[in-house]
Design a protein around this ligand. Structure first.
Ligand SMILES: Nc1ncnc2c1ncn2[C@@H]1O[C@H](COP(=O)(O)OP(=O)(O)OP(=O)(O)O)[C@@H](O)[C@H]1O
Length: 308
């Protein structure tokens, strides 16, 4: 894999004096799905907008497919499809015309077979002759995606792709992103839904107050920072822990009706068999037990709190 997007010491201060990005350096590899996470106002849209040539960079340099986004704007922009947060559309045009026109804007020859395939994949084929004004919000969003893909870009930016969409569209969107990946398209998405990053991303970047505080493989991140815990529900509530159980770092929960046992998911010796033996020896009977793994959301929240 090689870097399709190269961001080097990028900074941006708006004319208001607000610094939205400082010293961002990041390489996005061709074919990966990269999720950019961060709270409101962190700078995600600013970053995407600079790479797509909508906002001028302040300092630093960005290359897309080796083309400088400022000096070589047309070449770099031609490689990119952007699905923005806001729905901006020519509402009296039909779906077919909107998507075909968008392809033409990038100087690509008409390719009705490709547009047909695109509309079918996005469940828009039946609506191809409908005017955009006649479509539901979710369908309009599908049209935005079709437009962004109309010129067969190598990189697709999805800015909050599933904000406010229903479950079905969210699933369709995820399926589409996977298909794009199979075709070698690089996908960069911003999201507030951590579940979405957890489900789809290969790599995660966390941005906070304009700084990229962490970039990591999702699997590594979840393994490195993930914690597991065992929740034990007791037949009889426990008013205090017997001395024999003190070494296990158990926490009484639910007013003594349960116990929480944290353990390191990477440690081969979880201590669970010893704990169960000790509980039995102390005469404590269990109603049930379940183990819980920390989600990307737990990790994200704790990272932002710590301010890594
Ligand atoms: N045109 C502008 N002029 C001045 N400040 C701006 C402008 N656009 C964005 N900002 C500010 O820059 C900061 C970053 O905004 P940006 O939209 O990039 O954040 P974001 O991470 O995409 O947030 P959200 O998750 O809410 O979409 C915010 O404080 C915002 O108010």
């Amino acid at each position: 894999m090689s870097a399709i997007i190269h961001i080097d010491q990028l900074g941006k201060t708006y004319s208001s004096g607000h610094t939205a990005l400082s010293d961002i350096s990041l390489d996005i590899q061709e074919g990966e799905i990269f999720a950019l996470l961060g709270p409101n106002g962190a700078g995600k849209t600013t970053l995407i907008s600079i790479v797509c040539g909508i906002v001028n960079p302040g300092s630093g340099r960005v290359l897309v497919g080796g083309h400088d986004i400022v000096r070589d704007y047309r070449a770099s922009r031609g490689l990119i499809g952007l699905v923005p947060q806001e729905l901006v559309n020519d509402v009296f045009e039909t779906v077919w015309a909107t998507v075909s026109f968008s392809r033409g804007l990038f100087g690509k020859k008409p390719n009705p077979a490709y547009i047909e395939q695109l509309l079918k994949e996005l469940s828009l084929w039946d609506k191809r002759d409908a005017k955009l004004i006649e479509l539901s919000g979710g369908m309009k969003r599908r049209v935005m995606i079709a437009k962004a893909l109309s010129h067969e870009p190598r990189v697709l930016f999805l800015d909050e792709p599933t904000a406010g969409v229903d479950v079905e569209l969210r699933r369709d969107m995820w399926a589409m992103v996977r298909r794009l990946r199979e075709r070698g398209v690089t996908v960069i998405l911003t999201t507030h839904y951590i579940e979405e990053a957890e489900e789809m991303a290969d790599r995660i970047g966390i941005i906070r107050k304009g700084e990229l505080i962490l970039v990591e493989d999702k699997a590594v991140l979840m393994q490195r920072l993930g914690r597991k815990e065992l929740i034990l529900h007791l037949k009889e509530p426990l008013s205090a822990l017997p001395d024999s159980l003190v070494p296990f770092r158990l926490e009484r929960i639910e007013e003594g009706h349960g116990l929480r046992y944290p353990f390191d998911s990477q440690d081969e010796d979880s201590g669970i068999p010893r704990l169960l033996t000790a509980l039995a020896a102390a005469g404590i009977e269990l109603r049930d037990l379940k183990s819980k793994e920390s989600s990307l959301e737990d990790i994200f929240v704790s990272l932002l709190k710590e301010g890594v």
